[in-house]
Design a protein around this ligand. Structure first.
Ligand code: AMP
Length: 545
């Protein structure tokens, strides 16, 4: 039996129109670049997004055209998030922290027709504009109007909206057409383009809203710290709008004090960002008094959430960390570490261990673990292999990129390059990126396990472990450590501490204390920079060839 159900396209228009009808009074709060607080309602948002769609159409934007944004997290960016895809064009969020030549590559590769930029990011775009080949219009988002710029033709966002028609007749869309695109901040070669269909973003929003996933609801106030230029802020602007949650955006105000104040003042219930942000927040909460009692879920992903941080938030502030794993290529949600009923009833140690894992696949995606020989490995918590994933919001190929075949299997599995184990109850526990694993003799040492163990020391703020060439063992681990302000610790003290949990052969051969760790454009430890920095490092254990 076929054809029993209506062929209803799953598009962002549905999310938008539902929000317009059901949630006109819910609030969207933005702390703008410069620090001013802006508040308005979903009603204001949906009215302005229609004006924006008219304005873009007036400038010549047609279905399929790419419109780039170069912007922080705030209400205008949210308007772009919906107006562009709902009119049939493609929202292309530019990662403002990439190297200039990468931004040039991305804009030209995506053939962006219009570029919408925050006033605070204007210097960057002005510098690069002569290298952009396809951009026909620039739109500047500011509160002042009439900004002086070398960009041409340039328009003021607010003036465009004022002049545009107030309602937009959304065209009928095919759920498989592109709604958005991002580029992965690859550490080698040019960034790779990832295009998301409406269907993928719709289903991803559902997948992220279910209770055992992120679990967003109309009763939530969701603080979206993860940048809107990084994997669609983990899809949270779409999920939040779908369920009618209040939304809070920090723009570029991401100092620990800003984060703590916004959580407190807006009574945020869910907040989402990379571990380094929450490590900073934890430190701030210990130093100054804030009321963060509204927070029921702190979503952490993008890199491994250190167990010590998970424990700290839970024990000191009663805030459970929800560890999540995913990639730009997976829209990005892949797994979420909610506790099974059995684990929820288990002792504190078992619970913390489970929360420190990256979690179980959210409904809609499939996982498998594959060994070096290409064979599938058992989910026994021991066998280590590459995590592969497929599902309706996982891409099948990169956008116009001949490097695609290396990353995808014939039957749609994405080779993630992440190595880990899967427990019998389905939790993945990542051990490393393939390229970050430390190969010592015939054994692999997990840099993530070591980092976790080091960051459990109360005087350590952050730590990254990288492989250093070794004449006897091929590679040995080197720990690069940042201490908490005002603290001191010796190499021997740290190694003694690690001996409590780490087998002696896997201990770092040396420890280097630094002021800060290099971070990537999206706030992860930049292991590539560290590896290069310490490539020639003389380990005390290496007598030479
Ligand atoms: P991106 O596409 O920039 O979001 O990077 C995706 C990569 O980030 C993944 O392939 C992982 O290597 C890493 N990653 C994301 N979430 C986690 C996590 N919870 N724990 C460890 N690594 C993570």
């Amino acid at each position: 039996m076929q054809g029993l159900m209506m062929d209803y396209p799953l598009t962002l228009q549905h999310i938008f129109q539902r929000a317009e009808r059901l949630f006109p009074d819910r609030e969207i709060v933005s702390k703008m670049p410069g620090g001013a607080i802006h508040r308005y309602t979903y009603g204001d948002f949906t009215r302005r997004a229609q004006r924006l769609a008219n304005a873009l159409a007036d400038l010549g934007v047609r279905p399929g055209d790419r419109v780039a944004t170069c912007a922080w997290n705030h209400y205008r960016h949210l308007e772009l998030y919906f107006a562009i895809p709902c009119m049939g064009a493609v929202l292309h969020t530019l990662n403002v922290r990439l190297f200039p030549e990468q931004i040039t590559y991305i804009v030209n590769h995506a053939e962006d027709k219009v570029l919408v930029v925050d006033e605070s990011l204007l210097p960057l775009v002005q510098r690069l504009a002569p290298t952009f080949k396809s951009v026909q219009h620039y739109i500047i988002m500011s509160d002042r109007g009439d900004i002086e710029t070398t960009l041409a033709p340039a328009h003021d966002y607010e003036q465009l909206l004022d002049a545009a028609g107030s309602s937009f007749a959304w065209p009928r869309l095919d759920e498989n057409q592109a709604a958005g695109m991002c580029y992965t901040s690859g550490t080698t070669g040019n960034p790779k383009g990832v295009a998301y269909s409406h269907r993928a973003l719709f289903l991803h929003s559902m997948g992220s809203a279910v209770a055992d996933s992120v679990g967003a609801s109309e009763r939530d106030t969701i603080f979206i710290v993860v940048p809107m230029f990084h994997a669609n802020a983990w899809g949270l602007p779409f999920t939040s709008t779908m369920v009618g949650a209040q939304q809070v955006y920090p723009s570029n105000n991401m100092q620990p004090r800003d984060l703590a104040t916004l959580i407190q003042d807006e009574r945020a219930t869910i907040a989402a960002g990379v571990p380094t942000l929450w490590i900073g927040l934890f430190q701030e909460l210990q130093e100054r008094e804030y009321d963060i009692s509204s927070l029921h879920t702190l979503v952490v992903g993008g890199s491994a959430a250190p167990r010590a941080m998970i424990e700290g938030f839970e024990k000191r502030f009663g805030v459970p960390i929800l560890h999540a794993w995913g990639m730009t290529e997976t829209s990005p949600l892949g797994t979420v570490s909610r506790l099974t009923p059995k684990l929820a009833a288990a002792g504190v140690e078992a619970r913390l261990a489970a929360r420190a894992r990256q979690g179980r696949p959210v409904p809609g995606v499939e996982l498998r673990l594959v060994g070096d020989d290409g064979r599938e490995l058992p989910w026994d918590g021991q066998s280590m292999g590459e995590v592969q994933i497929r599902g309706p919001w996982v891409i099948r190929s990169y956008y116009n990129d001949e490097r695609s075949p290396a990353s995808f299997s014939e039957d749609g599995w994405l080779r993630t390059g992440d190595v880990g184990v899967i427990t019998p109850d389905g939790y993945i526990e990542l051990k490393d990126r393939t390229k970050d694993l430390i190969k010592s003799g015939g054994e692999w040492i997990s840099s993530m396990d070591l980092e976790n163990a080091i960051m459990a020391h109360s005087r350590v703020l952050e730590a990254a472990v990288v492989a250093v060439p070794h004449s006897k063992w091929q590679e040995r681990p080197l720990a690069v450590v940042v201490l908490r302000p005002g603290q001191s610790l010796t190499r021997e003290e740290l190694l003694d501490f690690l001996r409590l949990t780490i087998a002696s052969w896997a201990l770092p051969d040396d420890v280097v204390f630094v002021e800060s760790l290099p971070k990537t454009s999206v706030g992860k430890f930049d292991k590539k920079v560290l590896r290069n920095q310490f490539r020639e490092y003389q380990l005390p254990t290496d007598a030479g060839a």
